[in-house]
Design a protein around this ligand. Structure first.
Ligand SMILES: Nc1ncnc2c1ncn2[C@@H]1O[C@H](COP(=O)(O)OP(=O)(O)O)[C@@H](O)[C@H]1O
Ligand SMILES: [Mg+2]
Length: 333
């Protein structure tokens, strides 16, 4: 992975896939078995954490419980022997930036979760590192505060323009905050790209199933020489979308997002028969869930369209938006 200066990169993956380990290896808190880490072109792989010039915010916040907020913020700078006036200026700057001025004389136990989280971020920011590492910094907050802090962190990044590497298992955080997302699975980065390309063109079946809510719909079938997708006795023409391969037929998995499926009368050519299971009204739109060739299929619809839904219908796919994955390798075709 190569991360540009000032970039906001999110490392996204399910719990246990190795995100914290990767972050700790970058920070020098964990040993690596292979590979190298370069910062500003310099190989730092064998340097101590303190020599790498990184700032880190931990999931647990790791604040000193016996110290006031002010002291939590200044302690690192005191240890580093920074002048008193600089320390005072830095603390004042970060307290204003994060709106924790009124809390400076409290102890962590006297703060709410959101306030503690701000202090933890503040402590990283006063180090004036050009690179900040975050390990699931919002996971201890309730949903509302998480959404608010997400926006604030993004704004903070716009202001500071420091390089941020941010670990989360929450795909909404990844999609909304990142310049680029690295999707991890079982210790490997499966895709490193702009959030929109990850959503539209997932590199693997895993990425397709992990990113997006609801998850992508999948249908197993065969792709013939002419690019005709065959599922049971139904054939769907995909010619013109680049899936033809005159040399072979392939077992594939079709992936299609709920907004790229439309509902037609049952029996319409190139449509798949489906029965309505239930509908979720989401306010602005609705999700109708169908039983389709033994699989559950989600379709995003207008509220009125969903309300008027017949119990048995056909589903049609917008092939311009479809993804195909090799059934064998699970990689994108
Ligand atoms: N590249 C890797 N190779 C082998 N084991 C790994 C690798 N990355 C992480 N692990 C192990 O997997 C477990 C979960 O890793 P962790 O980094 O805590 O995951 P996450 O932060 O994504 O939940 C840990 O026991 C860790 O030692
Ligand atoms: Mg972790």
């Amino acid at each position: 992975m190569e991360i540009a200066p000032g970039e906001f990169v999110v490392i996204l993956g399910p719990s246990g896939c190795g995100k914290s380990t990767l972050l700790n290896v970058i920070a020098g808190l964990d040993e690596r078995d292979a590979g190298q880490i370069f910062i500003d072109g310099i190989d730092v792989s064998d340097l101590e954490p303190s020599q790498r010039g990184l700032a880190m915010v931990f999931q647990s916040y790791a604040l000193f419980p016996a110290m006031t907020v002010r002291r939590n913020l200044s302690f690192g700078m005191e240890i580093a022997g920074r002048p008193k006036t600089t320390i005072a200026e830095k603390v004042a700057w970060v307290a204003k930036l994060l709106q924790i001025e009124a809390l400076l004389d409290r102890r962590p136990s006297q703060l709410s979760g959101g306030q503690r989280q701000r202090v933890a971020i503040g402590r990283a920011l006063v180090r004036s590192s050009s690179i900040c590492l975050f390990d699931e910094p919002l996971s201890n907050l309730d949903a509302k505060l998480r959404a608010e802090t997400r926006v604030e962190l993004k704004q903070l990044h716009e202001t500071l323009r420091s390089t941020m590497i941010y670990v989360t298992h929450d795909q909404t955080e990844a999609m909304t905050m990142a310049d680029r997302v690295a999707v991890m699975h079982k210790g490997k980065v499966e895709q490193f790209a702009h959030p929109q390309s990850i959503y539209e063109k997932p590199a693997s079946l895993f990425v397709a199933g992990f990113v997006g809510s609801p998850a992508m719909n999948f249908l197993q079938g065969r792709l013939d020489h002419a690019g005709r997708f065959q599922v049971g006795d139904i054939g769907i023409d995909t010619s013109g979308y680049g899936f033809e391969d005159s040399s072979r037929e392939r077992d594939v998995v079709l992936g299609i997002r709920s907004e790229d499926v439309s509902v037609v009368d049952q029996g319409t050519p190139e449509s798949i028969p489906a029965t309505l299971a239930f509908t979720e009204l989401l306010g602005a739109d609705a999700l109708s869930w169908f039983q389709c060739l033994g699989k559950r299929f989600s379709v995003r619809l207008g509220v009125n369209e969903a309300r008027a839904m017949q119990p048995t219908v056909g589903l049609c796919f917008n092939m311009a938006k479809a993804s195909f994955f090799s059934a064998a390798s699970e990689q994108r075709i």
